[in-house]
Design a protein around this ligand. Structure first.
Ligand code: ADP
Ligand code: MG
Length: 302
């Protein structure tokens, strides 16, 4: 059987939390999105617009109130059971008592892979993220950037066709972040992985993505999709005119139909590249325990 051409399909998706109660929140409304196999999609939008909710729907960590979510041609529930995706959050969410190697082995262990195969695959993944020499370290002995690379290695360990990432580089310094962006693109290209990447950084979205999906809050919905055509990213990309054009387009889309000058033209500021403000994401505290979906830290063998 050949893999389906469409990696992810959301159709008419609404998500209402606490539906029917006085504290009901419409997090997403009317979301239609189709992601091709091997495509890299960035999700961007103001805090609370439903980015994490969208990702959690694709991961089947929550269910839509209406509409359908399809992953690799099957219902999201089945795709989760078949481990069609790997997932990484802002917090690396590593298990402190396990070595780096055994953290990466975990999803393979849960999937019932034998010890030798597990070890070989985990070592291969650590090689891929440049951490082969740290396999026997514990997470606390690594920098934040290195921990995040371990989380990526773990997410990729089952060779998932789809990678879901929720602000995975949000807590890192700018230089580490740029290096990891390049590494991620290299890994995705080498493995043919499709990716949904949530970020609040406009340059990060433009640098990484084939398409930037722009969302707005209250109620959360997709307001624009900006195609990015920068070809293979190189040292020069971040200084290229195409990069800045992409940034300008995404920023304009984020502003939406805003103030217009007396002549009627859209006012767009293009001067500075502002790194997005850190987001007090409501999901942040919860996210760590979901780094391996459905597994509470207590439940993991030491
Ligand atoms: N489990 C939940 N229960 C109630 N409301 C929630 C829950 N998760 C998210 N929300 C609300 O849904 C909206 C979207 O949240 P979220 O997807 O985390 O936004 P983002 O990731 O874009 O910052 C917010 O208003 C948030 O408060
Ligand atoms: Mg979020």
């Amino acid at each position: 059987m050949t893999a389906p051409e469409t990696a992810v399909e959301l159709s008419g998706v609404d998500k209402i939390f606490n539906e029917g109660r006085t504290d009901a929140v419409t997090a997403l409304t009317g979301v239609d999105l189709s992601i091709a196999r091997g495509e890299f999609v960035a999700l961007i939008g103001p805090s609370g617009c439903g980015k994490s909710t969208l990702l959690r729907l694709v991961a089947d960590l929550i269910a839509p109130s209406s509409g359908t979510v399809t992953v690799a041609g099957k219902p999201a529930r089945q795709a989760r059971l078949d481990q069609e995706y790997g997932i990484a959050f802002q917090q690396a969410g590593l298990f402190e008592w396990r070595t780096v190697l055994r953290n990466v082995e975990l999803p393979l262990e849960l999937r019932g892979h034998g010890r030798r195969e597990r070890r070989a695959r985990a070592e291969e993944m650590l090689e891929l993220v440049g951490l082969a020499d740290f396999a026997r370290h514990h997470p606390a002995q690594l920098s934040g950037g290195m921990q995040q690379r371990v989380a990526i290695a773990r997410a990729l360990a089952v060779h998932p066709p789809l990678l879901l990432m929720d602000e995975p580089f949000g807590a890192l310094d700018e230089m580490t972040r740029e290096r990891l962006q390049d590494e991620l693109l290299r890994i995705c290209a080498a493995t043919g992985t499709s990716t949904i990447f949530v970020t609040h950084s406009i340059p990060e979205a433009v640098y990484l993505a084939d398409r930037v999906v722009v969302m707005s809050a209250r109620p959360g919905r997709i307001t624009d999709v900006v195609p990015i055509d920068l070809g293979t990213r190189t040292e020069a990309t971040r200084q290229s005119p195409g990069f800045f054009t992409g940034i300008t387009r995404v920023r304009a889309a984020l502003r939406g139909p805003g103030p217009r000058d007396p002549g009627g033209a859209h006012v767009v500021l293009t001067t500075a590249v502002t790194p997005g403000s850190p987001e007090g994401a409501p999901g942040a505290a919860r996210a760590g325990s979901e780094a391996v979906p459905g597994v509470a830290p207590e439940a993991v063998e030491r």
